[in-house]
Design a protein around this ligand. Structure first.
Ligand SMILES: Nc1ncnc2c1ncn2[C@@H]1O[C@H](COP(=O)(O)OP(=O)(O)OP(=O)(O)O)[C@@H](O)[C@H]1O
Ligand SMILES: [Mg+2]
Length: 344
């Protein structure tokens, strides 16, 4: 086996499409800046499916919005780069970005009800998205709109429907159809299934995966439910308090999670097929991002915390094929003789 380069997010063999480096995002608040994304690296290859998981408030949506250049005040990127198909999106003008949106990358939001315009039909919204890029005849627009709706399994008769006339699952699928109008290279998804019941969630996940395999686009998929992406993503990034705490191939992170937080997240969802249970694996709550703990941000909740963890901020250390932001995984701390914690 060849040795992987020591990036903080080792991507697979896929040709690079998105390369995010050192990305920092702050919200200005009355209490001073709140750094919701604190130096994140994220690489996505062509056709790759990358899952981003973590508890509520850890910065997942902020990260995606920053990548897609959709942040608005009081949030702003304070550092880092977002290289997409060779261009740093952070430096592009709104006009240049508009040329890429929908066509080269698109975003599917948590709630289609908020993303879709409630007072216009699906057909009108698809038309607007298409005309923002291309001069196309009414006939061409209709043909493409019918095509993408069929792709997501919605009867084209619904082109005449308003968002509120569709079920929650159909609205999310309509949103995905819209995101695929131009067959972009990258589709960024922020919990697109979270408003749905468990059965609808699964079937939408399967559909997203099938579309991805059919059309070949890459996906960055955010969720707080680690088990949801377990069968679908190639790689996983686990976020905690604005930082990546573990990154690696999905199977590896699932089978042998390195970071105590990843282990806690997995314990919170004990069965892929069982009922969803509250997050019981990790007592306490994430830190206030206006004043993160000085050492490891997870130290106050960590079951294996040591004295040094409260003082020393860990880097991401390569360990067993993944990267882990845990001092216990630092090369000088690792003791191979330490018994591996039994997983329940
Ligand atoms: N308007 C705001 N002003 C100040 N801070 C904010 C604002 N919006 C978000 N934040 C901060 O950013 C952090 C990350 O928020 P974000 O919405 O990105 O988290 P998330 O991981 O997407 O959570 P969820 O799973 O609930 O969607 C929050 O914990 C909060 O401290
Ligand atoms: Mg969110």
């Amino acid at each position: 086996m060849s040795s992987a380069p020591n990036h903080s997010d080792p991507s697979s063999d896929h040709e690079p499409l998105l390369d995010v480096r050192g990305l920092r995002v702050s919200y200005q608040s009355s209490r001073g800046p709140v750094e919701a994304v604190g130096g994140v690296d994220l690489r996505v290859g062509r056709g790759e499916f990358v899952g981003v998981v973590g508890e509520s408030g850890c910065g997942k949506s902020t990260l995606l919005f920053a990548v897609a250049q959709l942040l608005s005040p009081p949030a702003a990127i304070t550092d880092g780069s977002v290289e997409f198909k060779g261009q740093n999106l952070v430096r592009l003008t709104e006009k240049q970005l508009n040329a890429l949106r929908w066509r080269d990358y698109s975003v599917v939001m948590q709630s289609a009800m908020n993303a879709l315009n409630p007072v216009t039909t699906i057909a009108a919204q698809f038309k607007d998205a298409i005309l923002a890029h291309d001069r196309r005849s009414a006939e061409q627009i209709r043909a493409r709109s019918v095509e993408v709706l069929q792709l997501v399994g919605i009867d084209p008769v619904h082109l005449g429907s308003y968002p509120h006339q569709l079920s929650g699952g159909m609205r999310q699928r309509a949103m995905i159809a819209m995101a695929l109008l131009f067959t972009p290279d990258l589709v960024i998804m922020d919990e697109p299934t979270s408003a749905l019941d468990v059965v609808a969630q699964r079937s939408l996940m399967v559909q997203i995966k099938e579309l991805q395999q059919l059309l070949g686009f890459a996906v960055v998929f955010v969720t707080h439910d680690m088990s949801l992406v377990s069968h679908f993503s190639d790689r996983l990034l686990v976020m905690y308090a604005g930082q990546v705490v573990e990154a690696g191939p999905t199977r590896q992170v699932f089978d042998a999670p390195a970071h105590p937080y990843s282990r806690g997240l997995l314990d919170a969802f004990p069965s892929i097929h069982g009922p969803r249970v509250p997050l019981t694996g990790i007592p306490g709550s994430p830190p206030d991002l206006a004043e993160p703990p000085p050492g490891c941000r997870f130290a106050p909740r960590c079951p294996v915390v040591e004295e040094a963890c409260h003082r020393v901020a860990p880097a991401l250390y390569p360990v067993g094929g993944v990267l882990s932001r845990c001092l216990l995984d630092a090369p000088d701390r690792r003791t191979p003789a330490t018994p591996v914690e039994a997983t329940s």
